[in-house]
Write a protein that binds this ligand. Sequence first.
Ligand code: CUA
Length: 342
Amino acid sequence: MPHSRVPIGLPAVALLAVGLFLVGCTPSHPQSTFDTAGPVARSQVVLFYWIFWAAVFVFVTVEGVLLYSIIRFRRRQGQGMPPQIHGNTRLEIAWTIAPALVLAVVAVPTIMTIIDNARVPPGAMRVRVIGHQWWWEYQYPDLNIVAATELYIPVGKPVSITLESNDVIHSFWVPKLAGKTDAIPTNVNKLWLQADEPGWYEGQCAEFCGIAHALMRLRVRALPQEEFDGWVKAQQAPAATPPAPGPTKAGADYFKGVCSACHSIDGWGELAKEAQQGFKLIGPNLTHLASRETIVAGLFENNAENLARWLRNPPAAKPGSLMPNLRLSETDISNLVAYLQS
Ligand code: CUA
């Protein structure tokens, strides 16, 4: 084997790295921070570009001067020691002032954006977002709604979010709508966001929070005001009482006896009662689960097959799930699916 041959692995790895890099840059990615869809994200991407070009200016200037000096003042044949210089007041003043100016160029817009975004526009809808291992809970205190994973908001209206955590540090991040903000136990963080267009906006927990961190997804659904009002009305309606004997009724009874140890299904009233008694919701509130598009922190489409798969063995479907494998019988599973889908 001739040893002058370039190993094929190195260029291949380099090519792959560049490819992955470029894929990360495409604005059409569902979680791209460059393809903004609301005023908060927009102000942040403007700031990003500002700092990016400031950094490009510094990089090009420094590397340019460095390369010029290396070539222009390189040692030539027959040259002796160059003159030795100690101190140059003018130069030292210049290289103190120049970075200070660059810092000011970066710091002033940054601080202005932070102050700007800390001001929530008047009339914002209030939502309390609570991070759990490993799912997101949404409480609408003015609407008496508790939901999970899918955050419904009206289009073009500011949403004021208070962020809390039930256990460890999480980070709430919907890249197209707003930068990430940590959810910290015993502390309340604030942010606001707004969506310009109706649609789904993908997001996820952005702070390592345990084994299922990567599976702690979320989605924001922005609806035109009228449709949002319809969603609110549907969520506020009491959970349907199952009809006389049948799988749905059997599922409801099972839920009351077993599942209700961790999950609530009676919406706001039940939750308020639990809060008064000092209970903490362990699993997501499942009121109107049938109206959600996804289950298990956004991992699976909400359908009978996936619900059954989940109930059969939660830790297998979502590694790290705090919901244990209850070894339910197939009859119990199909009854529960019937109830949850009703
Ligand atoms: Cu929650 Cu990562």
